[in-house]
Design a binder for this molecule. Structure first.
Ligand code: NDP
Length: 322
């Protein structure tokens, strides 16, 4: 089967689209014929070696497709079932062997490409807003890369929960998209220093929470954008990892809380997985959550999809089809 992988970490030119042996589902696993696979920043981290795995490192952390066969003891899914999953590496391929407990049913009426598009970034936006810092009416959240894959979903879900959203974006055009998604305020942070703007927009108080995926460039100024006892949620490294800090800095910036979460720890049980994906699918089907697919590529063109994502030129979700 065809798959996308790296033998050596490096640039997009190191990505190979070539044949690998077809996986065989082991105990507890199902073999999924991939219909669509989502592109995520984490694929870039595995390609560059920021996140490590033994070669060949097959990329892709989410997909939707149809169960082809199941391993011993698997009763939760059967051949022919339409399923979706996230956080199991190897989805940039024609087939993937996936732990059956990670497969959620794709409801009738939901296209597989849409299911693939929402799993990883949608469950991330869900856990950040429902579990890491649960938003409630009256809260103000600051969201970086607000027109990106996670960003546009985060903005919409934060609005569902009644929060005020300050969206940080790289260009005015991205700001327009964030506004359409429901953002109350937009800061083009490539043109304006954002902490004074956030203070102004919150009457001098600061945001309750900063959901920050940009990392290196936004982490330290982000600490100056929070209210006393606010929470810094640094959940990504799009501009490089956030710098190391002394705990005392959190005291000096207002007894802040700091967390560096990952989806794997917030979708670690079947119940959590069904809760988060179930909410997302329900909202898509009732029309209250819009999935913006910003680019569709052939699996063979994964390198171009990664170049586009890295270049900051994309909005919403990028997906690959075999
Ligand atoms: P995005 O679609 O958000 O793309 C990245 C965006 O980051 C860009 O469009 C750009 O938006 C912004 N950005 C700022 N600086 C840079 C830079 N130097 N290089 C590239 N982009 C930059 O990607 P995803 O939605 O896939 O992921 C967003 C982030 O969320 C990633 O950092 C990812 O690792 C993280 N993530 C974390 C998870 C977790 O559980 N911890 C799970 C899922 C994603 P702009 O121009 O508006 O600044």
């Amino acid at each position: 089967m065809k798959a996308v992988f790296v033998d050596q970490p490096g640039g997009p030119e190191n990505l190979r689209y070539a044949d690998l042996p077809m996986p065989t589902p082991g105990p507890g696993q199902a073999l999924v014929k991939i219909a669509a696979s989502g592109v995520n920043f984490i694929d870039i981290y595995f390609r560059t070696g920021l996140y490590k795995a033994p070669p060949p490192v097959v990329l892709g952390m989410e997909a939707a497709g149809v169960v082809e066969s199941v391993g011993p003891d698997v009763t939760s899914v059967k051949p022919g079932d339409r399923v979706a999953y996230a956080m199991n590496r190897g989805s940039h391929a024609e087939y993937a062997a996936v732990p059956a407990w990670q497969l959620v049913p794709a409801p009738d009426g939901l296209e597989l490409r849409t299911a693939a598009a929402v799993m990883l970034q949608g469950m991330t936006a869900h856990y950040l807003t429902h579990s890491t810092f649960p938003l409630k009416p009256g809260d103000t959240c600051l969201v970086s890369a607000a027109a990106g894959g996670v960003g546009l979903l985060l903005v919409q879900i934060a609005k569902k929960l009644g929060a005020t959203v300050i969206a940080m974006v790289g260009t005015q055009a991205k700001g327009d998209l964030a506004k359409q998604a429901g953002a109350d305020h937009v800061i083009v942070y490539t043109e304006t220093e954002f902490p004074p703007e956030v203070k102004k927009l919150t009457g001098g108080r600061g945001a309750d929470v900063f959901y920050d995926s940009v990392g290196a460039q936004t982490f330290l100024p982000g600490l100056d954008s929070l209210r006393p006892r606010g929470m810094m949620v640094t959940y990504g490294n799009a501009s490089g990892p956030a710098p190391e800090i002394a705990p005392l800095l959190l005291n000096q910036k207002g007894s802040l809380f700091l967390t560096r979460p990952t989806l794997a720890h917030y979708a670690s049980t079947r119940d959590e997985l069904m809760w988060r994906s179930g909410d997302l699918f329900k909202w898509i089907l009732d029309g209250s959550l819009t999935i913006r697919i910003g680019g569709e590529y052939k699996l063979a063109d994964t390198a171009q999809a990664q170049r586009d994502l890295e270049s900051r030129a994309t909005t919403g979700k990028l997906i690959l089809e075999p």
